[in-house]
Design a protein around this ligand. Sequence first.
Ligand code: AMP
Length: 277
Amino acid sequence: MLIVKNKEEISKVLQSFKSEQKSVGFVPTMGALHKGHLMLVEKAKAENDVVVCSIFVNPTQFNDSKDFEKYPRTETEDLKLLEEKGCDIVYLPTVEDIYAQENDFELNLNGLDNVMEGAYRPGHFKGVVRVVKRFFEIVKPNNSYFGLKDFQQYLIIKCMAQELNLGGNIIGVETLREPSGLAMSSRNMLLSESEKHIAAEVYTSFKNIIKNSTEKNLHECIDKEKQRLSQWFVINYLDARSSIDFSEQSKIDANTRLFFAGKLGNVRLIDNFGIFN
Ligand code: AMP
């Protein structure tokens, strides 16, 4: 596995693969890797000749500097896991390497960035789009892999990729969960064992809403689960929204997705669940 720390070197290496018509699959991450990340690498591996994984804790997407500082960093362990998974190239850029040659750009995200995480984390998606755009420009992948765990991010990146014609095919990968139902996340490392147990209640709430809601009572079911979860969480939102444009829904249909964000102690967790998948 090749470890590359600057864009000149990665461009050179990838150029030689591309001249041999080899396809490049790209998995961007912020490290502190878990099995969910590795599933993306596995899928990229199965569908491409060469797999590039980046590890970069992107400062521009953190609206809270304390959150940025306490974000878990486990580089040595991450490299070992990627090597075991057969990742071909790991890109570990510096902030300078990514942002030094950035061009201004205008982007219409059709309002996808105004709700949920966009509303609660001002500037977050601007930072995500900036960094992913730079990665796409440097790596020029044929296929790029994103987890549906961050569904809003996935849809925004898909929109950006289409608008700017970057990133190749944007492929969404289902959320990997612990047996308890807790969505795997780097931030789970910051939870105690008892908090992890409680965090799985979000999944129970998704299931309860799906089981109990009828044509007429979706909002009542959501309110009931909000109340139940609020004994443990400071809830930012628990919403039923369209998975196409994030409009709020009062009735379940084939595109309905449930979205949650809330704080458990000092750790902010997000999760989402598609009603029909
Ligand atoms: P992060 O390092 O948190 O930025 O995540 C890197 C990529 O892994 C993103 O596309 C995430 O959506 C994805 N990811 C994170 N957790 C999971 C999970 N539990 N299952 C599937 N993909 C995930």
